[in-house]
Design a protein around this ligand. Sequence first.
Ligand code: NAD
Length: 258
Amino acid sequence: MESIGNMLAGKRAMIFGIANERSIAWSIGKQLHEAGAEIGLAYLEPLKDRVMPLAEKLEASVAVPCDVSKDEEIENAFKVAGEKWGSLDILVHAVAFANREDLEGRFVDTPREGFRLALDISAYSFVAMARGAAPLMKEGGSMLAMSYYGAVKTIPNYNVMGVAKATLESCVRYLAVDLGADNIRVNAISAGPIKTPASSGIKGFKTMLGACADRAPMKKNITQEDVAKSALYLCSDLACGVTGEIHYVDNGFNVTGM
Ligand SMILES: NC(=O)c1ccc[n+]([C@@H]2O[C@H](COP(=O)([O-])OP(=O)(O)OC[C@H]3O[C@@H](n4cnc5c(N)ncnc54)[C@H](O)[C@@H]3O)[C@@H](O)[C@H]2O)c1
């Protein structure tokens, strides 16, 4: 078997969603880079000063600002990647957003605009990215999104983000069907809770961490590195028969009833 050091040699990966060193996307970027992939980053412009040093550490050959709520910025990200590389093998979507006030209290009170915003940035953007990435995946490829258990069960305060993740998981299946004949696989990792910039916006997040560590069969919380290792598998040829899948990386939490 190939060693991890060259598992992705010659592959090119566009990664959306690095905010800082705590971001899941940063750990995935490191893992894919260590496995030999050439990295491209798309980041939110106001975070540029924090992201560029990380891009350097990953020896990123593409680094492009991209607000995923704007079609033209997503199109531009893939135009830049296409001009630089000519082709693409891996797409990682690790982006989510909801208004802070919609991540607490009662879900029934979610306003129309907060609902629209959460689903647009956290779910629709994956569809738009897939549309931009697929024509570059001439030899096939792998697309990966990040979900959470709140997609399938209610979790206090997760609220509209749960609905967005349910949508994202459904998008994974529809995209897998559309793109499978082109040898493009589409999957999601459903990660257990991890302290990151995004999760700090969820009210009671510490309680979530404690409850998961208590109940998970492995009696601990997962780390960004745990997610990145599974991402490497799903993005590599090792997962050549896997598409449309929601792969849990949660120390087994999702299989428990109590
Ligand atoms: N942290 C957890 O507990 C956890 C668990 C399961 C799934 N996830 C998912 O993992 C993914 C990554 O989140 P994270 O926890 O690493 O937090 P994070 O804050 O590091 O990543 C979220 C990213 O989304 C980006 N983003 C937000 N709005 C954007 C926009 N309009 N345009 C472009 N980028 C935008 C942010 O810049 C940030 O880089 C998200 O989809 C999140 O829902 C996180």
